[in-house]
Write a protein that binds this ligand. Structure first.
Ligand code: FCB
Length: 446
């Protein structure tokens, strides 16, 4: 495969609730995912993140695995309820100390730490006060960002404020299949607006605390109409406005997309009242980079009976992951070149902050995990990224989701995304063939 520029960032990504476990240790408060996963019927097989990959105790072993693969970066998330158990007020020193140790361990292994401040584990006490539906949560997030920045900014290579504002809005607040499990439909718009406001306030806090590089990790997908029919094109445009532009235009253009505002006000004009004067300029704080999480395109057709008149389906005729997601590397190329085209000179450098696939991996009798599917997946997506670069997209890094098999939200432990297999009964880690594929690939880049 082709050489990437010197200094290109190669990492893996994880999230606190998905890997840490130790939910009652170090003074951690409860998060919405503790509540949700312990509510019967919410997560497959009744799985919870109580133990997960026990990374809280095994982080040294996990960092050693990254180093041995030759990775030069690691994206992790900080659990807000470890830093402020109730989401406000006094800082919990033991929580900060954990991330301090992790960051030092990474630096000692020659790995750049990249930290996300919010990957969905909101302190339960804030949810009890309304969660992201409450404007106050944005301000609490700004305070929390300062506490983390003050402690870690001298060593963290890049901060991401939030992870996938759209997915958290959609699954957590609009549909209710993720924590906090609220099914408000478009009535969930305040949760989108307040996350974006919280992002802007956190950017400000992180800069005050001395952060070198600040961005966000949003989820992007090209939206493809299922046919050439005009109605299907219009349906695709509507979903594109809602799932892509709504969450990034305010940050890079300082405005909400008109099409999304129309849909929201048609559903309930009062929804837009949460947008107060000055909010958009807070959200539009300049960024050093934009993180792109990419998995698959959205494939849509018009259906007047469906919400927003848009029916989504699964792109036919592809290979599929264990999740049933189609493998579409050219969707990544289109996403990256599309960002460059839409945001032009206001588009900051891009990083792929998540890319990966799930499979039902098993450790063979010879101790090997044969996941050629995953090696090919990463190879094709890295190639798709390179194609976008040759077409003018400025991409500086690629983080594979994920280092370890982990707690995949509502799917529990049933979807394995790791380069490293985890036996959840024994916590034994077994590098898969895809891990060794990366190792060889990175040797070729050295
Ligand atoms: C993304 C999430 C990440 C993981 C992958 C599979 O939407 O950010 O935590 O669950 O999907």
């Amino acid at each position: 495969m082709a050489q990437f520029p010197a200094g290109f960032v190669w990492g893996t990504a994880t999230a606190s609730y998905q890997i840490e476990g130790a939910v009652h240790e170090g003074g951690r408060g409860a998060s919405i995912w503790d509540t949700f996963s312990h509510t019967p019927g919410r997560v497959k097989n009744g799985d919870t993140g109580d133990v997960a990959c026990d990374h809280y105790h095994r982080f040294r072993e996990d960092v050693a695995l990254m180093a041995a693969a030759g990775l030069n970066a690691y994206r992790f998330s900080v659990a807000w309820p470890r830093i402020q158990p109730t989401g406000r007020g006094r800082v919990n020193e033991a929580g900060l100390a954990f991330y301090d140790r992790l960051v030092d361990e990474l630096l000692g292994a020659g790995i750049q730490p990249w930290a996300t401040l919010f990957h969905w584990d909101l302190p339960q006490a804030l949810e009890d006060a309304g969660g992201w539906m409450n404007r106050d949560t944005a301000h609490r997030f700004g305070d929390y960002a300062y506490l983390v920045g003050e402690r870690l900014a001298d060593r963290v290579a890049g901060f991401m404020t939030l992870n996938e504002t759209y997915i958290h809005f959609l699954l957590g607040y609009a549909l209710g299949t993720h924590a906090p499990g609220r099914a408000l439909g478009l009535g969930a718009f305040p949760a989108a607006h307040h996350q974006l406001l919280g992002h802007g306030l956190a950017v400000r806090s992180l800069r005050e605390a001395g952060a070198r590089s600040v961005g966000i990790a949003n989820n992007f997908a090209p939206v493809w109409p299922a046919s050439d029919r005009d109605e299907d094109h219009q349906a695709a445009n509507r979903l594109d406005a809602l799932r892509n532009h709504l969450f990034t235009d305010p940050l890079l253009r300082g405005e909400y997309p008109a099409l999304a505002l129309d849909m929201l006000s048609q559903s309930d004009p009062a929804l837009l009242d949460v947008i107060l004067p000055g909010d958009l300029s807070v959200m539009a704080a300049p960024l050093d980079f934009l993180g792109v999480n990419y998995y698959q395109p959205d494939w849509v057709r018009a259906n007047p009976a469906a919400p927003l008149g848009v029916e989504t389906g699964t792109l036919p005729g592809r290979d599929y992951t264990a999740f049933g997601w189609p493998v579409v590397p050219e969707g990544l190329t289109q996403t990256l070149t599309g960002l460059k085209a839409r945001y032009a000179e206001t588009c900051p450098p891009l990083y792929i902050t998540e890319s990966g696939c799930s499979q039902h991996d098993v450790v063979g009798e010879d101790g090997r995990v044969r996941d050629d599917f995953r090696s090919r997946y990463h190879e094709e997506h890295i190639e798709a990224m390179r194609t976008a670069m040759t077409q003018g997209a400025e991409v500086r890094g690629y983080f594979a989701w994920s280092l370890l098999d982990n707690f995949e939200w509502a799917e529990g432990y049933s979807q394995r995304f790791g380069l490293v297999h985890v036996d959840f009964a024994t916590q034994v880690r077994t590098p898969k063939d895809s891990y060794f594929w990366f190792q060889t690939f990175l040797q070729g880049q050295a």
